[in-house]
Write a protein that binds this ligand. Structure first.
Ligand SMILES: Cc1cc2nc3c(=O)[nH]c(=O)nc-3n(C[C@H](O)[C@H](O)[C@H](O)COP(=O)(O)OP(=O)(O)OC[C@H]3O[C@@H](n4cnc5c(N)ncnc54)[C@H](O)[C@@H]3O)c2cc1C
Ligand SMILES: Cc1cc2nc3c(=O)[nH]c(=O)nc-3n(C[C@H](O)[C@H](O)[C@H](O)COP(=O)(O)O)c2cc1C
Length: 647
């Protein structure tokens, strides 16, 4: 998918950039003696590694800890927090928590029950309940969000409050800036501390080929695959249940919302027909989309690695392991649907792939890129140009050689992407609308990075026949695998309460849904409060998406106020927060009148808007800085200030 650009990366040249690094050698495959020696050194301690993860990063970090821990001689048990058991924690007595923060300072879906338990709000657990447990926590967060690493911090505090003993200091990483490096530095020190404390092997360096895979691949004939009972969702690992959740639903509309001119970019309005599926939704929920990788790339990669894309296989799991994706399937299916082959690989993934590179020079380069010493080179040569895993294997590391089971184990799995639904379930109950900004980034080395899911969605061909909600879908067209996740956008139960909506760019998606719902409420004869919308984009004639609809809502009185901020028109840049300041008195009046506020879009905009509301509370409500923050927190806690932000 990415363009190749000019002749890049001569391997020798790259090594010449860091001549002192040639001494870095990957480890050879361990022989029997090594394994026995490792077993002798084992400190006989089991450590549970718990992860709370939404998009897979904390989960992949847990696998890194597991691999390193085993090399240090520990028994490691990786546990999805959805499967947390207090008695198992007490029994094992040693725990490492890898906790991502999601939403607005909230736990990830799989950690939500655990964090509620740990809060111990009912006081059911005694203060020394975890006194026999030793623990440490690493938080994954992003400083662009207001509640930075909230869940890492609260897990750390919660464990202490229940009397657990610290075995290593709390650490955290910032996904906006070198998360991998933060994690690397933390875990390096952590292992030193744990080895000193519990015994085990220190100074372990380099990664071997994976041993003790949690599953093996069994190839099947087409006939065997057809009568294979398959793997049910109940048996699946919690962290990959989403592969079973989704329904394949036809795309019925896929149209461009921006002006079609060079350099303007693309935002797609996509409608998906849910008739006949088990998927239902509420206005402005999130639609999870399971993208497919590019078919040509998947095919080429199979050929390169020597796998027959048409052959069927199933995964056979050991006793303590659960299926990670549904089988039987073809190798092509696995490459299209389950393997994250078109993402930019993290350094830790390159590290795990290194022992599988057969050519010495190529292996040396991959080792350099994945090493701590080579991180600057990795940033410059892989991350900034946006080399995807598939392109790297196809164009730079053609000697990579792995059996299918190793590939399926080492390479991360594709995760769903979420889109805030832009339709009302009252108006459009069986047809869900989403608004998708297509991500295309010009990167260094003349390369182009295309967002996996947004470019997949933009490429889908709509089915014919379905001209309106409820119409029968016919003709050939694309299907898309989706499921619904609840969002925090809910209209006030009393429709007469005013609402303030702030949604620049694709952040307008839930506002469109809320407006449809408010218009519908009006049609039902309900008294509907004031609707105020702040929308922003670059130029009126380029990316003012849904212009016709918004202007029609303004004309028919559904929208009482439509405020537009254009950042590339006129001599100064105007953003939504500037308009809020102009309207401070009106905003304050609405807030004091009980209005609900909805904010959606980029994290930076969210911070600016939040600051502006603090400012409004200070200037119009005559509050001090702290008081204004408390006031806004009160609105937030009461569900009257709702934000959904993504970076
Ligand atoms: C709750 C929620 C609601 C959302 N609603 C909408 C919506 O209504 N409309 C909308 O358009 N979007 C929405 N999004 C964003 C959407 O989910 C996707 O994130 C977006 O479409 C990009 O996905 P992608 O697969 O196209 O890009 P990806 O391929 O996932 O790339 C995303 C970014 O990650 C970078 N990247 C990838 N791998 C690495 C790496 N290893 N290191 C560094 N950088 C890397 C890429 O360069 C790119 O900048 C929402 C997100 C959330 C969480
Ligand atoms: C929708 C969304 C909301 C987020 N909210 C927060 C937040 O409130 N605080 C924070 O520190 N990080 C937040 N993050 C950043 C994630 O915690 C960070 O990217 C982390 O690496 C994700 O880990 P995971 O892939 O294991 O889920 C958010 C990320 C997303 C996509």
């Amino acid at each position: 998918m990415a363009s190749s650009g000019a002749s890049l990366w001569p391997i020798v040249g790259l090594l010449a950039l860091a001549p002192g690094l040639l001494f870095l050698r990957t480890k050879r495959k361990p022989d029997e003696a090594d394994i026995e020696e490792e077993e002798d050194a084992a400190p006989n301690d089991t450590i549970k590694v718990y992860f709370g993860s939404q998009t897979g990063t904390a989960e992949s970090f847990a696998q890194i800890i597991a691999a390193e821990g085993r090399r240090h001689g520990f028994h490691i048990d990786v546990v999805d927090l959805e499967e947390f058991s207090a008695s198992e924690l007490l029994e094992t007595g040693k725990a490492i928590f890898l906790m991502a923060t999601y939403g607005d300072g909230e736990p990830t879906d799989n950690a939500s029950d655990f964090t509620t338990w740990l809060k111990n709000e009912s006081g059911e657990l005694e203060r020394d309940y975890l006194a026999t447990v030793e623990f440490t926590v690493f938080g994954l967060g992003n400083t662009q969000y207001e509640h930075y690493n909230m869940v890492g911090k609260s897990t750390n505090e919660g464990m202490e409050k229940l009397g657990a003993q610290r075995m290593f200091e709390y650490g955290e990483g910032d996904d906006d800036n070198q998360l991998e490096e933060d994690f690397e530095a933390w875990r390096e020190k952590m292992w030193m501390a744990l080895v000193v404390r519990f015994g085990g092997k220190g100074g372990v360096d380099g990664v071997d080929k994976a041993v003790d895979l949690p599953f093996s691949v069994k190839m099947l004939t087409a006939a065997e695959a057809a009568c294979h009972s398959g793997v049910s969702e109940t048996a699946a690992a919690s962290s990959s249940k989403f592969y079973w959740h989704g329904c394949d639903a036809p795309v019925v509309v896929n149209r461009e919302l921006r002006a079609q001119a060079p350099g303007v970019g693309s935002t797609r309005h996509v409608e998906i027909d849910l008739q006949g599926t088990s998927v239902g939704y509420h206005t402005a929920d999130n639609l999870a989309v399971l993208p497919l990788n590019d078919a040509t790339t998947a095919e080429k990669l199979c050929a390169q690695l020597g796998y027959d894309p048409d052959s069927f296989f199933t995964l056979e799991h050991g006793d303590n392991h659960k299926p990670v994706f549904p089988t039987p399937c073809t190798v092509r299916d696995a490459f299209l649907r389950f393997m994250d082959i078109m993402a930019i690989p993290r350094r830790s993934l390159l590290e795990q792939l290194t022992p599988y590179v057969e050519d010495d020079a190529e292996r040396e380069v991959m080792h350099l890129l994945s090493s701590k010493e080579g991180k600057e080179i990795y940033h410059r040569e892989v991350e900034e140009p946006g080399w995807t895993l598939a392109d790297l294997i196809l164009e730079r590391f053609s000697s990579l050689s792995m059996t299918l089971d190793h590939f399926l184990h080492v390479v991360p799995h594709l995760h769903p992407r979420y889109y805030t639904i832009s339709s009302s379930s009252s108006v459009s109950p069986s047809r869900v609308h989403i608004t998708v900004a297509v991500l295309e980034q010009d990167r260094s080395q003349g390369r182009l990075y295309r967002g996996i899911c947004s470019s997949f969605l933009s490429s889908l061909e709509p089915h014919g026949g379905a001209t309106a909600e409820g119409a029968t879908v016919d003709g050939s067209g694309s299907k898309c695998r989706v499921f619904v996740r609840e969002s925090t956008f809910r209209l006030p139960a009393d429709s007469s309460i005013p609402i303030i909506m702030i949604g620049p760019g694709t952040g307008v998606a839930p506002m469109r849904a809320l407006l449809q719902e408010r218009a519908w409420q009006k049609e039902q004869g309900l008294s509907v409060g004031r609707n105020v919308l702040y929308f922003g984009c670059r130029c009126k004639d380029q990316d003012y998406i849904y212009r016709d609809e918004l202007e029609a809502y303004q004309a028919d009185g559904t929208l009482d106020s439509l405020r537009l901020a254009f950042s590339r028109e006129g001599s100064s840049k105007v953003y939504v927060q500037h308009l809020l300041r102009e309207d401070a008195a009106e905003m304050w009046g609405l807030l004091e009148g009980g209005a609900y506020v909805y904010v959606c879009g980029g994290t930076k905009m969210g911070t600016d808007v939040q600051n502006e509301f603090n400012h409004i509370a200070q200037s119009c409500g005559l509050m001090g800085v702290e008081e204004s923050k408390e006031y806004m927190k009160g609105l937030h806690d009461a569900g009257r200030f709702v934000q959904e932000l993504w970076s």
